[in-house]
Design a protein around this ligand. Structure first.
Ligand code: NI
Length: 244
């Protein structure tokens, strides 16, 4: 059930049996030579839609921009500053809270969002209290860090999964958008790894944008396996969260 495709009466009626909502959140940033700039938003949006096919869960519009300052040396990247992202998260939660939502499940596709989003949660817990029996509960679930996903990536790609423009996320985005699959030769085959600092040094250390990955291995078939695993596993996680 998509919030953007519902009427207000339908949302009111949903709230009589659930106070939970899934908010996919990603980024608009470079993902190497064959990865889509929307990868980090596409993956959680696709997984959330799959979860809503199994259970009646309301899915909020995806937050398509994230904290991507370190990717700004690559064309096409759009970033929110950390403080801006914190405001966005805070305002989305505050709006939905006013209508009666209490469980805010941020389904995340981008590592750079973790610090600002969890910092926003701290603000929310301090400032949005009400005198309610059920105070707000927020969770940030990073789909790629789920144990089942990490295990499948290790099994399929061994050392080539990497840390940015990973094989699994490129595969999942290809499953979501088969028309956008790109065939690109990777040199070197597996990208270098290392620390992330500012945007200029990121590009110097990781010239084509990848970190530690060989996303030429990504396939639509693998993407479907990651998708199915993520839907099953995150659905269980979401249900547990609703009892918090
Ligand atoms: Ni990514």
């Amino acid at each position: 059930m998509q919030l953007s495709l519902s009427t207000w009466q339908e949302v009111e009626s949903y709230l009589t049996h659930s106070t939970g909502i899934i908010i996919p959140i990603g980024s608009t940033e470079q993902h190497g030579p064959n990865g889509l700039i929307g990868t980090d938003a596409i993956c959680p949006r696709k997984i959330a839609a799959g979860m809503a096919e199994v259970e009646q869960i309301l899915i909020a519009p995806t937050i398509n921009y994230g904290m991507s300052l370190h990717h700004m040396a690559f064309t096409g990247t759009v970033t929110l500053k950390p403080a801006t992202l914190m405001r966005v998260v805070y305002d989305v939660v505050e709006s939905l809270y006013q209508h009666g939502f209490r469980h805010f499940y941020f389904l995340n596709g981008h590592g750079g969002n973790i610090a600002p989003v969890t910092a926003a949660f701290s603000e929310i817990y301090t400032e949005i209290k009400g005198d309610d029996i059920q105070p707000p509960r927020c969770r940030l679930s990073n789909w790629w860090r789920d144990d089942s996903i990490a295990a499948l990536a290790a099994e399929l790609y061994h050392g080539a999964e990497g840390h940015h423009a990973t094989v699994s996320e490129v595969a999942l985005s290809y499953y979501a958008y088969p028309e956008a699959v790109k065939q690109v030769a990777m040199t070197p085959e597996i990208a270098p790894t290392g620390e992330i600092y500012d945007a200029v040094s990121f590009r110097r250390s990781f010239p084509d944008g990848r970190i530690g990955s060989n996303p030429a291995l990504a396939s639509i078939e693998d993407g479907e396996r990651f998708y199915q695993l993520a839907v099953d596993s995150l659905l269980a996680d979401y249900k547990t969260f609703l009892n918090q």
